[in-house]
Design a protein around this ligand. Structure first.
Ligand SMILES: [Zn+2]
Ligand SMILES: [Zn+2]
Length: 148
């Protein structure tokens, strides 16, 4: 029997209301269906869960969903959908993380103004690690996110 939601063959596993077990469990727990997030963006559903770029479902812990449902590692997932490596794919710590990032970013701007010549420039610092564009992207993205 094929699952009416995900179309996968449940292969002998039990069915509920025409859905495979994982789909049934998902909707039973109040899971939502969402439009697929844009490339490079992390979106949340009304519960604050992270929306999967592949199927549009939202999960508290996207990493394990990606692995179990799509057979992809979270690193591959982020790579494929243009998400930066320190993007949070769990809902719990997300806003806290964003606050920290915003704070850091703000600090960076202030420090730049106050100590332009005395401080090691962030760009140089990051270049050594070869992460400049990535980090910058993340910061800009989180800043945009906060403005919404
Ligand atoms: Zn299913
Ligand atoms: Zn998915």
């Amino acid at each position: 029997m094929l699952c009416g939601k995900c179309g996968r063959d449940a292969d002998g596993k039990y069915f509920h209301l025409g859905m495979c077990q994982s789909c049934y469990e998902y909707y039973r727990k109040g899971g939502t269906e969402n439009p697929l997030p844009e490339h490079g963006k992390i979106k949340y559903d009304c519960r604050g869960f992270v929306i999967c770029h592949i199927c549009g479902r939202a999960y508290k812990r996207l990493g394990s969903h990606i692995k179990e449902s799509h057979g992809m590692s979270i690193a591959e997932y982020k790579e494929t959908f243009g998400l930066c490596n320190n993007s949070k794919t769990t809902e719990k710590t997300y806003s806290e993380q964003m606050r920290k990032l915003a704070y850091k970013y703000d600090m960076h701007k202030r420090l730049k103004v106050l100590g332009e010549n005395t401080r090691i420039k962030k760009g140089e610092n990051d270049k050594r690690k070869g992460k400049k564009s990535r980090l910058q992207e993340c910061l800009e993205r989180s800043e945009r996110y906060l403005k919404k």
